[in-house]
Design a protein around this ligand. Structure first.
Ligand code: SAM
Ligand code: DTB
Ligand code: SF4
Length: 335
């Protein structure tokens, strides 16, 4: 979609936007099931990057307790518990700029991925920058999806991160696509961006070829010590509008209502589900911050009569459309 089209959608009366998004959602996900994903930080803090929202950056004096890469046995305890609790996707995050093949830590990550994949859960990792060889090795180890967010527009990105570029992010996404791994790519609201920045992000993601498998929409969890610690909360109805636009812009992707749910009422989350969100992070912890209690989430889904999704172990990335250019080329056009 183009920015102009997205703007027109965004500016529709609220109920007109919601009905359109809900119709797209029903057409693409007729069973209306919600995917439950569990997050685990396998390496916390001490990151070289300067992302202004992130407590894990070594550049800011935050209250976070860092830890080195977890041992596989410890990761497996969390993964088994996640599976027992009903989660079907296990997402592991590491606070690194990126990974390099041949290093002991990358080999350790590959071992962890092999173990988690043996549990019959979807395995997602987010490890920062990846080259083509590393992406291939992750795929062979059993990774089904790679999370790498663009976070905001290319115009606003340099106000938020200076230690790497938007182009760097796009290159990694290309490498993941080329390795045949499903891409999970979304953004974060509440980082001093404009509505146009939000829609520019959707414009770029909606033109990915192949399309992303999932689009996480995070709301800033303000972290003491980071430059954005005092940012105001995202307006709940703006979040719902963004979810609706994401649903329409990337109709076949799962739209994940991600960080920030602890600050949302059940009613706002309900509107998000109606607008097309069909995946959540489930379990009391995200990477380093809190998430709603699993029992509360189960109660809300039950109240709404929403069922949960089974794992898709054969998760295949969407097909590439040969009639349009591959993703990173689009940025150049878009800018
Ligand atoms: N280091 C890897 C990377 O940058 O891709 C993976 C981890 S990073 C924590 C993954 C995503 O989490 C970020 O792109 C951002 O969208 C989200 N995130 C990080 N800190 C957040 C915060 N304080 N509030 C909301 N979302 C946050
Ligand atoms: C994503 O888009 N959100 C998740 C996951 N991908 C890795 C991370 C949210 C992090 C929230 C802040 C924290 O817990 O540190
Ligand atoms: Fe590091 Fe990722 Fe946090 Fe940026 S978002 S500081 S790359 S962990």
């Amino acid at each position: 979609m183009t920015l102009t089209e997205l703007r027109a959608l965004y500016d529709l009366p609220f109920f007109a936007l919601l009905s359109q998004a809900h119709a797209v959602h029903q057409a693409n996900f007729p069973d209306g099931k919600i995917q439950l994903c569990t997050l685990l930080s396998i390496k916390t803090g001490g990151c070289s990057e300067d992302c202004a929202y992130c407590a894990q950056s070594a550049r800011y004096k935050t209250e976070l307790e860092s830890h080195v890469l977890l041992e596989r046995e410890e990761v497996m305890l969390h993964a088994r518990a996640a599976k027992t609790s009903g989660s079907t996707r296990f997402c592991m995050g590491a606070a690194w700029r990126g990974v390099r093949g041949g290093t002991a830590r990358f080999e350790q990550v590959l071992d962890i991925v092999r173990d988690v994949a043996s549990l019959n859960m979807e395995v997602c990792v987010t490890l920062g920058e990846l080259g083509p060889a590393e992406a291939q090795q992750l795929r062979e180890a059993g990774v089904t999806a790679y999370n790498h967010n663009l976070d905001t527009s290319p115009e606003h990105y340099p106000n938020i991160v200076t230690s790497h570029t938007y182009e760097d992010r796009l290159r990694t996404i290309r490498n993941v696509q080329d390795a045949g791994i499903a891409v999970c790519c979304g953004g974060i609201l509440g980082i001093s961006e404009t509505i146009t920045d939000r829609l520019r992000l959707l414009e770029i993601i909606s033109n990915f070829n192949p399309a992303p498998e999932s689009v996480p929409i995070n709301s800033l969890m303000p972290m003491p010590g980071t430059p954005l610690a005092e940012n105001p909360q995202v307006e709940p109805l703006d979040l719902v509008r963004m979810i609706a636009c994401a649903r329409i812009a990337v109709p076949a992707a799962k739209v994940r209502l991600s960080a920030g749910r602890t600050r949302l009422s059940d009613e706002t989350q309900t509107l998000c589900f109606f607008a097309g969100a069909n995946s959540i992070f489930y379990g009391e912890k995200l990477l380093t911050t809190e998430n709603p209690e699993a029992a509360n989430d189960r109660a809300l889904l039950a109240k709404l009569g929403l069922q949960t999704l089974e794992p898709d172990m054969a998760l295949a990335p969407p097909e590439t459309d040969p009639s349009i250019p591959a993703s990173p080329d689009l940025l150049v056009v878009g800018c």
